[in-house]
Design a protein around this ligand. Sequence first.
Ligand code: GDP
Length: 304
Amino acid sequence: MFNSLSDRLTATFKNLRGKGKLTEADIDATVREIRRALLDADVAVSVVREFTAHVKERALGAEVSEALNPGQQIVKIVNEELVSILGGQTRRINMAKTGPTIIMLAGLQGAGKTTLAGKLSHWLKKQGHTPMLVASDLQRPNAVTQLKVVGDRAGVPVYAPHPGVTSEFDTPTGDPVQVARDGVAEARAKLHDVVIVDTAGRLGVDAELMQQARNIRDAINPNEVLFVIDAMIGQDAVNTANAFNEGVDFTGVVLSKLDGDARGGAALSVASVTGKPIMFASTGENVTDFEQFHPDRMASRILD
Ligand code: GDP
């Protein structure tokens, strides 16, 4: 990901090498190139506009520096602005002071929630936590079974609706809100310090399902609501993120499928548009393909 954006930006900055002082025309040309590169990477138009306006304003106002030549100065500005639209500082999980830390997952079907549940619990376990998973996705056939497989792989227990209670489509019946509530109660009783609640997603944003997610949220009062988004969905990312932000007021974003050939627009738009930080990145199908998201490192990777 970001390869093309990275190449384009690097090429743009190369043109500035060796220039003694940048004229306004130089800055304009550079900003224009940055704008094109970001738009081609599927970054949302509103984000591009704001980003380039900041870069231009700061580049025009930049003091002549002893340490940095003008080209380096623009790279520094772009780097700082990238860190800023990616959410600034690394945002860690807001852990409960007492009782289990409750993490709810939300997002479209296929976004990577169930996979993430496994990765996140595996990662937490490695840090000495004792996570438990709760299967509140009763919408999709096999979602419960899939979470159990994921839990097994990560070596964490899964609370699920009673086995055997399934419809003809192998979809567990029951009330997902009640399952979430019972699952959290069980985690509390069994002294798990983190409980991760997987919820249902649809292919498109859906009012009924959003209400269900909101009901689950209100029933379990989570410390974090993580919105999982497939980085490959490009320009659609912003609309989806806005809908979930309004619907469940999530507290953080997880970007999934960063290992694909996504152009990076989702990553660069979602935090900025929703004002919510990107907290984790999912980079493959294995339980270990997962990392904490660091805006500064991602910006450096883009400008490498
Ligand atoms: P859910 O419907 O949101 O629970 O999504 P799933 O967790 O079932 O993921 C949907 C598909 O995407 C599955 O085939 C996963 O193996 C795959 N997937 C999830 N995360 C990643 C990732 O980070 N990279 C890649 N390449 N595939 C992923």
